[in-house]
Ligand binder design. Sequence first.
Ligand SMILES: [Zn+2]
Length: 471
Amino acid sequence: MTENPSPEGAKDSSHTLNSLRGTILEHFFRVSGLTIIFLALIANLASAQARPFPGPDLQQIYQRLLPQIEEIPAFDHHAHPGFSDDPDVDAMAAPPDASSSLRTRDDNPELIAAAKSLFGYPYNDLSPEHSKWLVEKKAELKKQYPGTAYFDMILDKLNTKSSVANRAMMPDYLDPKRFPWVFFSDSFLWPFNNQRETARNPDEGVYIPLQEKMLHRWMQQENVSKLPAGFSDYLKFISQTLEDNKSKGGIAQKFEVAYFRPTTFGDPTRAEVEDIYERYVTGGIPTEKEYRAFQDFIFRYLVQESGRLHLPVHIHTAIGIGDYFNLSQSNVMNLESVLRDPRYASTTFVLIHGGYPLEREAVWLAAMKNVYLDSSFGELTQYPSAFKETLKMWLETFPDKVTFGTDCFPYNQVLGAEESYWLGVRSSRTALAAALAEMVSENEISESHALELAHGYLHDNAVKLYEGRVH
Ligand SMILES: [Zn+2]
């Protein structure tokens, strides 16, 4: 930080080469004004030799970039908006007694800063009598901003143009124009007797019954009272649900399959799986191997259908809540055999949470034209100083493939999705400004290029995936 490697030094070292290039080009373009343009271009490239440390201009660049970044209306690519007493905020629930990392605990003092900023909270703690003030303030605002106006007002305060609502179902208090729905598809993987899976550990004891419930809700929606006896009809039921969810406003389907089983997907034949389905749909417990093979096929079927229906696939790729979440079996790289399979080239994949804490590996999966990363949760679980490093590394690799999200969720009755949104948005914008400021100061990119990358990350890269359905 103390020494500023001079861009002049970089220019000197390539001086001879540049003179030679200049001479050759001069011969070619002597007669036209292009000579000047070409020489200027070469000089520019030489002065952009990157250096390994930011210069003393770092803070100034950050101070210039941050207000411009705050002005960019954002598209939040992954969030769970809703009130804390709304059971449809997620298709899952937190397992009993789950550990939370330091920053994601509900006693994080930054959440008090969020309440101050959003609601004018006048206290510096969340004691029960002070918390009551916040609960009452929100109740008052809900009256003042009825129906969908309350959460629209929250987005306005955050300069978020629209936010994905990754929810079991949509409530009437979220405006579908600003909260496009991403629905859950995991439940199609669980049509059989799930006794063994439910008993595996206390986390699965919470998750699997919720998957069964979700499958029944899709059945109700499609007027299916009993699962079909034939496999073809089961596939038709799945496709019909996807189509209906799309016409109800769904923009993508989400998998959180990593919570329930390893994310290594085999490739069984249809005949094999048809036999498994027809044997167990009416009762009996499939072996673990049979159940996995069935799920492998259904997962791939859903991925293929996503291509046909232009419904991007969102996949949870990160550590997860619950102490039994198996990190090695849900490693983002397990998905490589699906993501790099040319049969799915027309399906768009979004790796939700960017594989965290394996985000360095994950970004190389975005080499595939149809694979994108979402940074949500990374900005909530890491502090901005660490999250900045993630963003910088991603922006230096495939900047047009990375997208912003918060993973906001209601903590409890006092601290809601509102405070979580605030923390996610603020952390992302400040970390982004810091990452870009370093890149500018280290001569990697120009300041105007930095702002283009900011627009891409905060809004444009994600929005273009939905073919005009989101803004
Ligand atoms: Zn989420």
